[in-house]
Design a binder for this molecule. Structure first.
Ligand code: BGC
Ligand code: NOJ
Length: 817
């Protein structure tokens, strides 16, 4: 069942009912100021850091779903005997609407709704160059007679640190302060300004108002929720000025509209940070100049419309970096629009703020952000560059790394600490992707601190060497890399022996156990070790490349011997040196990670093991909704395995369909030339392909979720944790670089598709370094193999388009066969 449809021409997903199975959200903001907004106008706003600088409040574990939001209430008083109150996004009042449509676009959302012949259109977005969210609200009277309406706005301020805001009531109920100017049109939220902090927020409308409220209790009534505010029921605001408790911002505008008449209002929710030496006009009085400048910029409809055009053009331009035109509408839609969009969002958010990540628990993940780079680097290489430096700056001198860091401070999070032994290698993955994309070797020579301490700095290449050496020097009795607290699978805690997994990372035990080893990290080491060796060669250090390859060969050997179980790769060895993910185990006999990663790294291909491993995946892990992470599911808790066995069978890391590593297997299939199978795996978790089963899948049909419940789960096929998942980057890498086969190498773009036999011809436009490549692939019913490659009319040998300095356009014809 569908709850909407894709409008590809507009680059939008159109939701036609507010009653989606779960809130279906969008992200506004591209750089530092962000909002989450659901299809019923729920969500919140923050600047840079969802924990530390939160502008508006959200309620967790909310009932009903999805509150708080930034709401508009329309009170229709035309018939004074029975006035009606409704919201353009349906929530929070939930008055049945005569019409409802929400369009989530790239960085903006619109809501068009009507009730009793009054139409409201709300357009909301964060402009490219300002720290604010604009809502343009147009009310139209479609009645045959004049309408008497009141419009109320409503936002509830968060007292900045969202974590403290939820806990420290003894203090926070006394600190809230606001200031109201222009008769109520502009409301300043200045809690914390008194302590000489340099930031405040505003909520303002570009018209005169009939009043305002800034005290939540005054607006709602002490025992009411946003679904039944007293002020809206009365139709009269109270001009309350909050002092402590819960400050809000609400405007009231009474609107008389003749039949057919419309009026538009522009609301601006903004964040202002004053320069350090310019914090206040007088103690406690905010310096309003920058706020007034911001408001001035968006005073008129024309200015707002121009800002929206600028945003849309920005996205059009970005998306043109990789564009496919094929006969597969759903592939085109995902590649050209939604997958790239999700890559931007994961790049911006890492795993911090979504409807499933509270924004207060996790900041930027080391491994997460490194992987996000893989799907983002072709969009804005400069931002990727900065991110790489930021991440590397949280590394320790021995190559290990803080598992997470806070986006505002960019400092490692010591509550969580380090000890995840895959982390270091992901830095090589992200850096190599950047260098292959840009050819910019200067980044490797940049001095980067360890643990943010510039007195102990090395070049970025020096950091990568630390990463490489960390794995090379932390191996167990089978010659396989030590797993530490966990590898990519956070829940495989082979050294931690926690009685209470999942409560927080702090419940974990010692950071590194005696012998637990990871075959998955072995796969990573072979793959990213080789990428490290190539970077060393590019810098002219052949000796280092040689040394690296010798180390890789050892781990390769361990992987195909101790890491091989006869039909598939073992997952790990536990702290007692027992196999994990082996036919010798009672449960959890086969895991997806080493099959996907070892094969995509090329391990076991020439020995014939890779074919077997992928066959085993197909036989044992595949379902109609994707490939499960392990089988058979653990039915009881194993102290020696940790959190993985704490989940009920079929959920999350215990035999869920973890979307993140489905592309690894799909890529592995392309390595073996199996285009049909690679695509089948791609298709099964691909949002556009499963839109039809939204009532089962539940999460947004335009983005990936972290997990789909596996076959053992009660709700087989149900998605969870949408948006912030490495799935976004990895599926984009899979489809764009392996299935469609346009892969950036150090020497130029390589063209080597691996597609289903019936895929048909396709064309790709790819911007790469300084040039645009127009690539046309004649597929000839073939799954893999290029028989002829022509570049600007000249036939070239091999798969790589030779880079020619000064050439700005390449016309490439690739004939498969
Ligand atoms: C989840 C993992 C996640 C980890 C870190 C675990 O509870 O199952 O998917 O990576 O927490 O937040
Ligand atoms: C989600 C985490 O963000 C990611 O870092 C981890 O690799 C996966 N879960 C698997 O546990």
């Amino acid at each position: 069942m569908k709850y909407g449809f894709f409008d590809d021409a507009a680059l939008e997903y159109v939701i036609t009912t507010p009653k989606t199975p779960l809130p279906w959200i969008n992200y506004l903001g591209n750089k530092e100021f962000f909002s989450l907004i659901s299809n019923t106008c729920g969500g919140y706003t923050f600047y840079k850091d969802a924990k530390l600088l939160r502008l508006t409040r959200y309620r967790y574990n909310n009932v009903p779903y999805d509150n708080n939001g930034k709401y508009f209430y329309i009170k229709d008083n035309t018939d004074s005997a029975c006035s009606v109150v409704w919201n353009p996004g349906w929530q929070p009042v939930k008055t049945t609407l005569d019409q409802y449509e929400c369009r989530h676009g790239l960085g903006y959302s619109t809501f068009t709704s009507s009730k009793n012949n009054v139409e409201a259109k709300v357009l909301t977005f964060v402009p490219m160059n300002d720290n604010c969210e604009i809502s343009k609200v147009t009310i139209t009277n479609n009645k045959e007679t004049a309408a008497k309406l009141s419009l109320f706005s409503y936002v509830e301020w968060c007292l900045w640190n969202a974590d403290d805001d939820m806990k420290n009531f003894q203090r926070n109920l006394s600190t809230g302060e606001v200031e109201v100017t222009d008769g109520g049109s502009t409301i300043y939220h200045k809690t914390e300004y008194r302590e000489r902090r340099n930031h405040y927020a505003i909520y303002s409308v570009n018209s005169a108002v009939d009043g305002f409220d800034t005290s939540r209790d005054a607006f709602l009534g002490a025992y009411n929720g946003p679904d039944s505010p007293d002020v809206v029921a009365e139709g009269k605001c109270t001009n309350s000025v909050a002092s402590g408790w819960s400050p809000i911002a609400s405007h009231q505008i009474n609107i008389d509209l003749a039949a057919g008449e419309s009026k538009t209002f522009i609301f601006v929710l903004g964040y202002i940070e004053n320069p350090e030496d310019d914090k206040w006009e007088a103690p406690g009085v905010v310096n309003k100049k920058p706020a007034l400048k911001m408001l001035e910029a968006y005073k008129t409809e024309a200015a707002v419309d121009a800002a929206l055009v600028e945003l849309k053009n920005y996205w059009k331009e970005l998306l043109s970096n990789y564009h496919i035109s094929s006969s597969n509408e759903k592939v085109d839609r995902m590649v050209n629009i939604w997958n790239q969009y999700q890559c931007m969002v994961t790049f911006n958010m890492s795993r911090s703020a979504s409807y499933y990540e509270s924004g207060i628990g996790r900041g930027m993940g080391f491994r997460d952000s490194c992987q996000d780079l893989l799907g983002f680097v072709h969009l804005i290489p400069d931002r990727a560059r900065q991110r790489i430096i930021d991440i590397a700056s949280t590394q320790f001198q021995d190559g290990s790394a803080y598992h997470q860091y806070q986006p505002l401070t960019k400092k490692g999070n010591s509550d969580i600490g380090s000890g995840f032994n895959d982390d270091p290698l992901w830095l090589i993955a992200g850096t190599s992707a950047y260098v292959r994309e840009t050819g910019d070797l200067s980044i490797l020579k940049e001095m980067v601190p360890f643990d943010n301490d510039m007195s102990v700095a090395k070049t970025l290449m020096g950091h990568l060497k630390c990463s490489f050496d960390f794995t090379a020097t932390h191996k167990g009795p089978h010659g396989l890399p030590l797993i530490g607290r966990a590898d990519w699978n956070d829940c495989l805690n082979l050294n931690c022996f926690s009685e209470h997994p999942g409560e927080s990372f702090q419940t974990f035990g010692p950071s590194e156990g005696p012998v637990a080893e990871s075959v998955f990290i072995a796969g990573m080491f072979v793959k990213y070790g080789e990428e490290y060796a190539q970077l060393a060669e590019l810098l002219g250090d052949d000796a280092e490349a040689k040394r690296a390859r010798e180390e890789i060969a050892k781990v390769y050997q361990a992987a195909i011997t101790a890491g091989w179980d006869g039909e598939w790769f073992v997952r790990a060895y536990d702290a007692y040196s027992n196999k994990v993910g082996s036919k010798e185990c009672e449960e959890g006999q086969i895991y997806i990670e080493p099959q996907g990663f070892c094969v995509l790294a090329g391990i076991g291909v020439k020995e014939g093991l890779a074919e077997k491993a992928l066959k085993s995946v197909e036989e044992r892990l595949d379902t109609k909704y994707g490939v499960m992470i392990l089988q058979p599911a653990y039915t009881k808790y194993h102290l020696e395995l940790g959190e993985v066995s704490s989940y009920p069978p079929g959920y999350k890391e215990n035999a869920g369909i973890f979307c993140h590593n489905n592309p690894w297997v799909s890529i592995a299939e392309t390595v073996l030339g199996h285009g049909d199978r690679a695509f089948e795996i791609y298709r099964k978790t691909c949002p556009a392909y499963i839109e039809d089963i939204s009532e089962i899948h539940c999460t947004e049909p335009y983005v990936y979720s972290q997990m789909v419940a596996g076959r053992d789960a009660k709700f087989f096929g149900q998605g969870k944790n949408s948006w912030l998942t490495g799935t976004a980057a990895w599926t984009f890498v899979n489809i764009s670089q392996y299935i469609l086969g346009v892969y950036p190498t150090h020497n130029g773009l390589s063209i080597n598709p691996c597609v289903p036999a019936d895929f048909g011809d396709f064309e790709i436009t790819r911007k790469y370094r300084d040039a645009v490549y127009h690539i046309s692939v004649k597929q000839n019913g073939v799954q893999k193999g290029i028989k002829k490659l022509t570049v600007n009319g000249k036939e070239v040998s091999g798969n790589v388009i030779p880079y020619e300095s000064g050439v700005k356009e390449y016309t490439v014809v690739a004939e498969m066969g």
